[in-house]
Ligand binder design. Sequence first.
Ligand code: GLP
Length: 254
Amino acid sequence: MKLIIENDAGTAATAAAQLIAEEIGTHDTPVLGLATGRTMEGIYARLAQAHEQGTLDFSCVTSFNLDEYVGLSAEDPRSYHYYMQDHLFRFVNIDLHRTHLPDGAATDLDAECAAYEAQIARSGGIDLQLLGIGDTGHIGFNEPPSSFDTRTRCVELDEATREQNAAMFGGDPNAVPHEALTMGVGTILDARRLLLVATGPAKAGIVAKALEGPITPEVSASAIRLHKNYVIILDEASAAELSPATLAHAQRNA
Ligand code: GLP
């Protein structure tokens, strides 16, 4: 594991964007796994800025997002399709035909999930998968318990997750869809490299659990410790509950 601790959320986003830009630069046809959520907004803003400054080219990038709410169309402002347009795709020269998210409005959700897995395989697999972490310890929408061999599928969202994501739904957890399509933990572990980013004091407890607690389907983020090539970028606030032993191995960029 490579653990990087930055001063604050801003410098953590800069470090993450830099790592993603480097990854793009090392492949002729990079395949990125993308994530959503507030943590990613600063990262996408920096990638967009690098593109505007002429230092980052997305023309050969293929992307696969982790997840989408069931029942929301791509045009729905609360959907992750919309989020990706709004925060990244419209600012960069990515070919929209090469961007993929599971279709939460599909009539046959199982077929949609199987097709998504097949598309990832056809693209040659994901070079770098970007991950956030939810309050339940989920990566993507892999709520507890999610066994480590799960593939893209329809899951029921925990109440805690609907509460965490309620802001986009007028603050009402009940207005948040009860189901989502998500890459499985197994799908995520198949990526050649993982990058998990967490910032802010609210993430400190779950970050410590994921990095130091048991590796268990009860905390799907703990699965990343089974991967042979993963990087974790935190800020000081989200690293606050890590043990001295873990912190001793961290690269600190304060
Ligand atoms: C959602 C997404 C997760 C993301 C999480 C954290 O639940 N499905 O992939 O990691 O939000 O969001 P935030 O960055 O807003 O804390």
